[in-house]
Design a protein around this ligand. Structure first.
Ligand SMILES: Nc1ncnc2c1ncn2[C@@H]1O[C@H](COP(=O)(O)OP(=O)(O)OP(=O)(O)O)[C@@H](O)[C@H]1O
Length: 597
């Protein structure tokens, strides 16, 4: 029994950043050591430059003016301007490196996430809305970029600046320094609470955005449009849209205003600092304990201390808010891989296309109902096995196992004697091909759609495949021929043309085993006979596992498996089964006799 329990709908609840989370962020940032070193250099230099103007200002008041020294005054003022200019230039460089660093971290995270998503099983995609994945890949990761380029960098840079200034002012006059620093905790203490509240709103907003994207993506697709138009639900859908868009609007307003009130509170406190310094410093100066220059330097430092301190506090607020985003990203980076690629893979040197199921069971959910129970059969090379049975009998599930879209919960599926779990996915895809009822295409040209199966195919090969699939003439008659864009999901083609194009795509791959889910939708007789001809050529000499819906197919099959409620209840050729009566004879009468081709 498969022990796969991952809950794809789980949501990260805790928004406090754990040591492990920090380690992971560091693991993404540290490999970019060149950028990181340059950044550290900029940050240290900026912090050092931040203390220079204050000291010079003190000397303007305590030395240049009392000594009536113009050269000293010029030198000090020049130094002040120079230091601030150098600081600003460093700031530009720092932003450039920080942006590069943030962008390359996000590039790594995105490509790791995409790789992880590509390795997920069909189960993941049946449990997750595609827009949810898109949202994490796009929105969450670009928000993280801001955190890396701005918040993290500011956090380090402002911490250093605050530390450097604190040291200098302590050295200048410890009593005044204590007054200045004493106010700092008022900024820092409430930060955590606000940060956590914003974190919760940020997480909720991202979820609402994901939900919104998912909704819009579904509704603004061909399928969504058709449903809406045919059921006349335009107004209901408009209301639902506005409800979802409104939720995002409210959350963003709430998130921004929470931060804004907090900023106002902090800035108001920042103006108390200089006032206190003038009061205590002036008192000391009257008593002759300190110089006027020291007071002026202190007030200058305060301006430079509170700005980074409030930015620091804000950075922390932003960082806590970002935790929810990090969690959403890490959750995807950590997605377990349900069906790992074979490591090491067994090579199939002489593929024949022999498929064998041995005592196979399948439950879609761990511990859940078995949708396949003890299925055993053999499909010899070049033969055809047809699956028939009532709806929900397990026919599609059987074909899923044959292409390893799922692994069996028990038993084994082998191709040419090798367990599918030991064949790498690339080889499996080369040896097998699936023709689904609804052919799947990207919105691309006919040529690109075909090349997807064989990127190096020549034009002659494409033509041969199209002729084989009876679709060549249709394509040749299109104004742009092979360069015609087939529209979303190939909707610019007719159903029959789409199916034949899908067959041409498979003909290019030259598989040993074809898995075919015959179309149930009735095509006109000409289209159907074209498809039958194409199939006839495609299946010749290859093994095929077919979910049969037409009498002509089952009559041709070498073995028919009659399935019911996940079990094989009968097997044989058409004539044998018919003579036995039972479920097959009944199915034949109800299902197939009306569909003879
Ligand atoms: N992804 C899934 N998760 C959970 N249960 C599933 C999933 N896919 C199919 N099932 C269930 O497994 C059972 C077998 O489904 P399956 O699609 O294999 O039947 P089928 O014989 O192909 O039916 P039909 O002829 O209607 O296509 C059904 O009861 C179905 O509800």
């Amino acid at each position: 029994m498969s022990a796969f329990h991952f809950n794809y709908q789980s949501r990260p609840a805790d928004v406090t950043m754990k040591l492990d989370d920090w380690r992971r962020i560091a693991r993404h940032v540290l490999p970019k050591w060149r950028h990181s070193l340059q950044l550290v250099f900029c940050i240290v230099m900026s912090a050092a430059l931040a203390v220079v103007p204050g000291l010079m200002m003190r000397d303007v008041f305590d030395q240049a003016i009392p000594q009536h020294s113009l050269p000293l005054l010029f030198a000090l003022v020049g130094g002040m301007v120079g230091a601030s200019l150098a600081g600003n230039l460093l700031g530009v460089w720092q932003s450039q490196i920080a942006t590069r660093l943030g962008q390359s971290v996000i590039f790594d995270i995105r490509s790791q996430m995409y790789a992880r998503l590509q390795q997920q099983s069909l189960r993941f995609y049946t449990h997750t809305r595609s827009a949810e994945a898109l949202s994490r890949l796009q929105n969450d990761s670009s928000s993280i970029q801001g955190v890396v380029s701005n918040t993290l960098v500011n956090l380090v840079s402002n911490s250093l600046t605050v530390l450097a200034i604190a040291l200098v002012i302590l050295k200048l006059d410890w009593r005044l320094a204590l007054v200045a620093l004493g106010i700092l905790p008022i900024f820092i203490l409430p930060t955590r609470k606000v940060g956590q509240a914003r974190g919760r709103i940020a997480g909720r907003t991202q979820e609402q955005i994901a939900e919104f994207n998912s909704y819009v993506q579904e509704r603004l697709s061909i399928g969504g449009f058709l449903l809406m138009r045919l059921f006349g639900t335009r107004e209901v859908e408009q209301q639902r849209f506005e409800q979802k868009a409104g939720d995002i609007r409210d959350s963003v307003i709430q998130q921004n205003m929470l931060g804004r009130w907090f900023l106002m509170f902090i800035t108001s406190f920042a103006s108390i600092g200089p006032a206190l310094i003038y009061l205590v410093g002036g008192w000391q100066a009257i008593a002759g304990a300190i110089s006027t220059g020291t007071i002026v330097a202190f007030v200058t430092y305060l301006g430079r201390l509170y700005a980074p301190a409030s930015a620091l506090v804000n950075a922390q607020v932003e960082l806590i808010s970002a935790t929810a985003l990090f969690r959403r990203i890490f959750e995807y980076l950590d997605l377990p891989i349900e069906l790992p690629d074979a490591q090491p893979a067994v090579a199939i040197t002489h593929p024949r296309g022999e498929l064998r199921f041995e005592h196979v069971s399948l439950a879609y959910d761990a511990g859940g109902r078995k949708v396949l129970d003890d299925i055993s059969f053999e499909l010899p090379p070049g033969k055809m096995v047809a699956l028939v049975g009532p709806s929900g009998a397990g026919k599609t599930s059987t074909t899923y196992l044959a292409t390893r879209l799922y692994d069996p919960s028990a038993g084994s599926v082998t191709l040419d004697g090798v367990d599918l779990r030991s064949i790498d996915f690339a080889t499996l895809a080369r040896l097998t091909a699936s023709v689904t009822q609804e052919a799947i295409f990207f919105n691309a040209t006919v040529k690109d759609s075909l090349l997807y199966a064989k990127p190096d195919a020549t034009d002659a090969e494409l033509e041969r495949a199209c002729r084989l699939a009876q679709v060549h003439e249709v394509i040749a008659a299109m104004p742009q021929g092979l360069m015609t864009v087939i529209g979303e999901k190939g909707y610019k083609l007719s159903g029959g043309e789409r199916q034949r194009l899908a067959l041409a795509r498979i003909a290019l791959r030259d598989p040993k085993l074809v898995i075919l889910d015959e179309a149930t939708s009735s095509l006109d007789s000409q289209s159907e006979s074209l498809i039958n001809e194409a199939l006839e050529t495609l299946l010749a000499g290859r093994s095929s596992l077919v979910i049969a819906h037409r009498l002509s197919t089952i009559v041709r099959a070498d073995l028919i498996l009659v399935m019911d409620q996940g079990r094989i209840v009968d097997r044989g050729t058409h004539a044998e089964l018919l003579s036995r009566g039972g479920l097959y004879a009944e199915l034949c009468r109800k299902q197939f006799l009306g569909h003879t081709s």
